[in-house]
Design a protein around this ligand. Sequence first.
Ligand code: 8YV
Length: 316
Amino acid sequence: MTTTNAVLQVGPLMPAVQDPITTEYGAVRLPDNADERAAFLAARGAEFGVAVTSGRFGVGTGLMQQLPNLRAVVNFGVGYDTTDVAQAAERGIAVSNTPDVLNDCVADTALALYLDVLRRISTADRYVRRGDWLSKGNFPLATKASGKRVGIVGLGRIGKVIARRLEGFDCLISYHNRRPVDGVSYEYRDSLIDLARDSDVLIVAAAGGPDSAGLINAEVIEALGRDGYLINIARGSVVDESALVAALVKGKLAGAGLDVFADEPRVPVELLGLDNVVVLPHLGSGTHETRAGMAQLTLANLKRFLDDGTLETPVH
Ligand code: 8YV
């Protein structure tokens, strides 16, 4: 293998990342167009030692195979499910992400969805804008948000911050993980079905990728039941989206708050007409402050890798 420090940019990146990687490290952008991309990779794939990308694009199986001298994938985003980590591990390619800096904002988004869906805030806003308050009178009653039994699927860095915020709403918190988490007082449920059955609201905060794909399936949704709510700020892939849509359309779930979808930016059209569903355009980490923190950590990983071959925040 040839050792090269040349940097490839995969997918669009915010200017705070794209500008410095271009000016300081001479990063070359992988063409977006499929034909141009194939020709580019055939001619130049072996040039690059480092790829800088975002969770939205990543370095998937085929692309990674066409980068024979790749040594690191520096990922903007905490989720790296679009990168082939199995191939990376096999080939000794290091992978970094941007953990922790976005915990607050993603947890805030979960809470915003939680409050919105239960108290029907977005629906009520539309009610006022349409003039219904004037013509129809008081808005129909909603569901109390404080004191609910909340099940968190994935009590990791973000899940813990969500739980801490929900404590302020006097919620009774339980969680499901592959293993119990040390140092937390929340009740651990090793069965996801049991957690769903005993929760008023299920909040999905698990990492995406093959291990969690379709974890929230029809059975879990059924266990959550017609009075239950689902919030997802993780990845669309963690939920069986067709099962979710079917349950919502048939009234077998009370509502859902979704920041993520299986095939972004496409949102199932069936959801758009449902007032008990709040849909967001994957904005969890989308604040100036958090994106600046993510950009800084991405650049710190790149710099360190190019300096000494190690990463600030490797994924494993
Ligand atoms: C980003 C995210 O919007 O960090 C993640 O995993 O999903 C978001 O914070 C995304 O990764 C940027 O592409």
